[in-house]
Write a protein that binds this ligand. Structure first.
Ligand code: NAP
Length: 229
């Protein structure tokens, strides 16, 4: 049975992916920011294991994971957690920059480093949920866009480095998706939020599973998914 480690499984796209993998009977290890959130995830996904560590403090992840039991093999590591805080460069503080860079970029790099032996053992798959902002930066999106541009660089370098070890690497670039994050973006943009206008998290989950379920002779490098209406 395949084992998947998933970040961001408590909400939006990550929850949709976790439900799909849970329903089909795969083993899921759900990452949570703290013990309370891990308890909630364990209750929502019976039989799932959990891993605790705050992604906003990547320097502590190594210590946190060294005190928890990790799976021997990891078939996929799904980096789905993320944060956004909009604002013009003139208003973005160093704290806001650090928070987005830590959660969206440095923590995925550190978590990947810590789980690489288990990924190599399974000839596994690392999948990064990036964003349209990882390919094009727009006014008001500097910090988030920089974190996602960095995430693209991380994925592209890792893909080349791990190819010989049989580890596949995919970046998925969703457009606006109906989730609590998108509701916050609308609030910060001063716009009314209508979830019906945007991609359903389940559709992004389908895109992610498409890349994940491809046989090992093939690797999807990059997938862009945009609102269909
Ligand atoms: N929604 C969009 O329009 C959109 C578009 C393109 C790309 N994306 C990307 O898609 C991914 C998922 O976004 P979403 O829309 O599903 O967002 P979401 O509903 O806000 O979910 C974000 C998830 O990240 C977790 N998280 C945030 N900070 C964390 C921390 N410090 N430690 C551990 N976990 C943390 C949250 O944990 P809790 O559940 O504990 O809060 C939550 O589960 C993100 O990487 C986002 O950048 C989203």
């Amino acid at each position: 049975m395949a084992t998947h480690v998933i970040t961001g499984a408590g909400s939006g796209i990550g929850a949709a992916v976790a439900h799909r993998l849970h329903e089909r009977g795969d083993e899921i290890v759900l990452h949570a920011r703290d013990a309370g959130r891990a308890k909630e995830l364990a209750a929502a996904f019976p039989g799932a294991k959990t891993l605790v560590g705050d992604l906003s403090d990547p320097g502590k992840l190594s210590w946190a994971l060294s005190h928890q039991s990790l799976p021997d093999r990891v078939d996929s590591l799904l980096h789905i957690a993320g944060v956004v805080d909009l604002g013009p460069v003139g208003d973005l503080t160093a704290k806001t920059w650090h928070h987005q860079l830590n959660v969206n970029l440095v923590a995925p790099a550190e978590l990947t480093r810590l789980l690489l032996p288990q990924l190599r053992a399974a000839q596994g798959h690392v999948l990064f949920v990036n964003s349209g902002s990882g390919l094009n930066a727009h006014a008001g999106w500097a910090a988030y866009g920089a974190s996602k541009h960095g995430l693209k660089a991380l994925a592209d370098a890792l893909r080349q480095e791990e190819h010989a070890n049989g580890v596949r690497v995919t970046s998925v670039y969703p457009g606006r998706t109906a989730s609590p994050m998108q509701a916050k973006v609308h609030q910060q943009e001063g716009k009314e939020y209508d979830p019906e206008k945007w991609i359903a998290p389940e559709s992004v989950a389908t895109t992610i599973l498409m890349a994940l379920d491809l046989p090992k002779d093939a690797e999807v490098n990059d997938l862009t998914v945009r609102p269909g209406r």
